[in-house]
Design a binder for this molecule. Sequence first.
Ligand SMILES: Nc1ncnc2c1ncn2[C@@H]1O[C@H](COP(=O)(O)OP(=O)(O)OP(=O)(O)O)[C@@H](O)[C@H]1O
Ligand SMILES: [Mg+2]
Length: 413
Amino acid sequence: MALHTLALGENLHTVLRKTAQFQQLPWISLVSRNVTKEAQHDRERSQSVTAFYYQSAIDQAAAKPSVRLTPAAIMYAGRSHDKSHILRSAQYLSKELPVRIAHRIAGFRNLPFIVGCNPTLLQVHELYIRAFNILSNFPVITSLDQEENFSKTLRQLLDDHNDVVTLLAEGFAQVRKHITDETLIRTFLDRTLTSRLGIRMLCEHHLSLHDEKPNHVGVVNVAFSPRKLIEKRAQYIQSVCQEKYGKAPEIVCNGHLNSTFPYIQPPLEYIMTELLKNSFRATAEAHGTTSHLPEIVVTIASNENDFVIRVSDRGGGISQKVASKVFDYNFTTAGSVRQDQNQEVGIWEGFMDNPQSSANPGKMHGYGFGLPTARAYAVYLGGSLTMETMQGIGSDVYLRLSHIDSAKESFRI
Ligand SMILES: Nc1ncnc2c1ncn2[C@@H]1O[C@H](COP(=O)(O)OP(=O)(O)OP(=O)(O)O)[C@@H](O)[C@H]1O
Ligand SMILES: [Mg+2]
C-alpha cells in the first residue's frame, strides 16, 4: 500500500495494523535515512522495533493503571541499614516504568498518521519502544547485585532520553503545517512531557538513594530556598544575556526571602529558567537603544499550603494579537530575531545545553516550548502558571505551587 493512499485522518496505529505488508513498509528507514552507512545497525533496530510494535506486552502494560506516589510517601519511605528500601524502590520502578512507557507508546500510536510518520517523532517513538523492551525484559530484582545492574540500566536510559524534549520540539515544528487539531497535540505533549518529568524524578530519586547528600532525602531537598535557586539561575542567564545583547538587566528579589521548605528542585529550576530567560530577552529587546535596563523583580510568597513566585518585567509586554498564543506549543517570536541577528544566534542556541540545568539538558532555544512546558510542569506539580501582560509596559508571570509536606495532598509523581 502506497503511503499516499492512506487517509490522513487515521492514526498511525490503525493504519499500520490494517496493512498486511507492514513488515515491508519503509517506516524504519524514515527514522534513519542514512541506510547505507549503518545498514546493519538499522536492520537490527528494524527487527527489534517491528517485533515490539506487534508485541502484545505493550498493549497489556498500556491497559494497566499507573501507580503514582505522593512526594511525602517518597520522602518518608523508611530507610534501612540493610538497604532493603533501595531494593523495594527498584522493585516498584521495575513494575511501574514499563506501564508508564507503554501509556506513552499508546500516545504515539494514536497521533494522526501524517504526524506520527515524521522521522524526528518516530525517533522518539522508537526510543520509548526500546526502553519498554529493555525494562520489561529485566529479570525480577531480588538482590542488591541485581539492583546495581538495574540502576546502571536506568542511568543509561536517562542519558539516552536526554534529548527527547528537543526532538519533540523539532518534530512538532516540522509537522506544524499538517496539524488541524491543536488540542490533540497539546494533550499529547502535555502528557508526554509531564510523564517524562515524573519518570525522571522517580529514577533520579532512586539513583540518589545510594548517596547521602546534605539536606537531601533522595531527590527532595529538605531545606530548599527559592531565593537561592532564583539567584543562581538569574546569574547564569544574566551572563548569557550580556554576551548576546551587550547588556543585561539586574534582578531584584523580594518577599519571603528567607523561606526554606522541602521541595524537588529540578522541575522548579526548569520553570524558573524559562521564565527568567523570557523576561531577560524581552527586557533587552524592548530597550534596544538605551544602556540602562529596568530591573526584573521576582517576588516570593510562601504560606502553609502553597508558595507563589511572581516574575515581573518591564520588557514591553505582549500585543493582544500574540498574547492568546504564547502558551501554544511551538509558538515563538524568536524566528524574526534570529534572522535579524544571525551572527548572535549561537549564544542563545547553546543556552539550554547548560549542564547546570539538570531539568532540561537538551537544546531549547526559540522553539516556543518554554511557556507551554513550564505550565504543563506547574499543573503536574499541583499548581498553575498564569501571565498578566500590559502591552507597552511589561509582563507579570505567576507561578503557584503546592508545598509537598502540607496537610492536604499536593500532587502525585
Ligand atoms: N516576559 C515576556 N515578555 C514579552 N514576551 C514574552 C514574555 N514571555 C514570553 N513572551 C512571548 O511568548 C513567546 C513564547 O514564549 P516561549 O517561552 O514559549 O517560547 P520562546 O521563548 O520563543 O522559545 P523557547 O522558550 O522555546 O526558547 C515568546 O516568543 C515571546 O514572544
Ligand atoms: Mg522562552
